[in-house]
Design a protein around this ligand. Sequence first.
Ligand code: 3AM
Length: 181
Amino acid sequence: MSEAHRMFVAVPVPAWVREALEEAVAPLRAQHPRLRWVAPESWHLTLLFLGDVAPATVPRVAGALAGSVAQVQAPRIRLEGSAGRFGRRVLWARLEPDAELDALAAAVREALAPLGFVDDKAFSAHLTLARAPRDGAIPDAAERDFAGPTSSWRVEQLNLMRSVRGPSGATYDTVATWPLS
Ligand code: 3AM
């Protein structure tokens, strides 16, 4: 039997936004080297974490996602330029609240709930930048000193992603992608 993969549904960050964000993150990365910084090529916005998905279930997930994107408008994402924290463990770039982004997340969640993929937590749009080390916390200064771009872009695609745990954190592969219109 082939093994299940850890999967999630996300929207990617375009290259030009990644470059602007990377410039803003570089000084923080240098000041806080103990934090586990997410590699810029891995930056994304998670809409729903699925957890382990058996290979036989992937086509059903893909079919449901294809249906969900057909129902929604492509949202616009705007970075606020500031950072936030989940507890003391996760540092993220803040996004302006957006009803269309919330609607996309809701459509994904509605499409996948019948397959048993449910997140108890409400959708909270964020772009994870760093995680605290096992024995540490995100310092106040890392949140306060982040001065990021206020870029905005139209979301062009929805991705089904696979997360692979490695020695220096998880790496992500795009399993399938759907254009938004
Ligand atoms: O990088 P972000 O925050 O967008 O935090 C994990 C990451 O989201 C989240 O899924 C994304 C890809 O790994 N994640 C990991 N384990 C999770 C869990 N048990 C989880 N979200 C909810 N429950």
